[in-house]
Design a binder for this molecule. Structure first.
Ligand code: ATP
Length: 233
């Protein structure tokens, strides 16, 4: 059997050859692999076969092999995937190891809920602070994160190398705050403001999240299913 070092060498070669050429369809699926592999690592697992991963993730084994081969899959007959190695490579590819800094703008219900989770830390993103217009919130700490006044946002971003602004403000304020972020050098916006936020510049990347739309999709599916169901006796 080939040694682990040799296998790692093959992986690295394929990975670097393919770096930058991973299709956007695969990129979209990688966060899910990252999440499952992270859970496996936390459970103390070291290896997993594509068949096991397939059962766990409810994706076909061939899809898994195809996805992971795209950037140099590490799956080997009789060995399976080295979970930590794969997790590290996917982390690198996704930018999790870049050490991005984030601020949350809007310390209302949604902002607080995001601050309460481990979502950021688990993905290598550091939450530096929250910003709000409400003087009653300013100076407080929410789950350990300090709340600052919105007027101090540009200066804070410039001084602290902020990469990501998380918007949990009402939609009317989202565009102005995005412009402020852009002028302060922030290049990523994670927008929960329930509107289609347009990026002020091609340099800035905006990810619009619509939690309400997702709930509506679920409601629609439930409604469609209940119509199909035969009436119960
Ligand atoms: P949500 O559940 O969406 O957080 P909410 O009822 O807590 O709703 P919103 O009216 O959506 O409150 O506002 C969210 C937060 O954004 C509030 O804490 C509010 O003070 C803050 N906010 C509103 N406008 C601005 C602004 N221009 N700059 C910074 N913070 C703002």
């Amino acid at each position: 059997m080939e040694s682990i070092d040799k296998l790692k060498g093959t992986f690295d070669k394929k990975y670097h050859e393919a770096k930058g050429t991973v299709s956007s369809a695969v990129i979209k699926r990688l966060p899910r692999y990252h999440r499952y592999l992270g859970d496996l690592l936390r459970d103390g697992k070291l290896r997993i076969s594509s068949a096991e991963l397939s059962e766990l993730m409810e994706v076909t084994a061939s899809q898994i092999r195809q996805d992971l081969n795209c950037f140099g899959g590490f799956g080997q007959q009789g060995y399976g995937y080295n979970i930590r190695y794969l997790y590290t490579k996917i982390s690198e590819l996704l930018g999790v190891s870049e050490g991005y800094n984030a601020v949350i703008i809007g310390a209302g219900n949604l902002g607080k809920a995001l601050a309460a989770t481990h979502m950021f830390e688990r993905r290598g993103v550091t939450r530096l602070g929250m910003f709000d217009i409400n003087p009653e919130l300013v100076g407080k700490k929410i789950y350990g994160t300090p709340v600052y006044h919105i007027d101090t946002l540009p200066d804070f971003c410039k001084r602290n190398n902020v990469h990501i602004g998380v918007l949990t403000v009402p939609k009317e304020s989202a565009a102005n705050i995005t412009d402020t972020l852009y002028e302060a050098g922030v290049m990523g916006v994670w927008n929960f403001a329930n509107m289609e936020l347009r990026s002020p510049s091609p340099d800035m990347i905006v990810e619009n999240i619509h939690l309400g739309d997702s709930l509506m999709t679920l409601c629609y599916k439930l409604k469609s299913r209940s119509k199909e169901e035969k009436p119960r006796e």
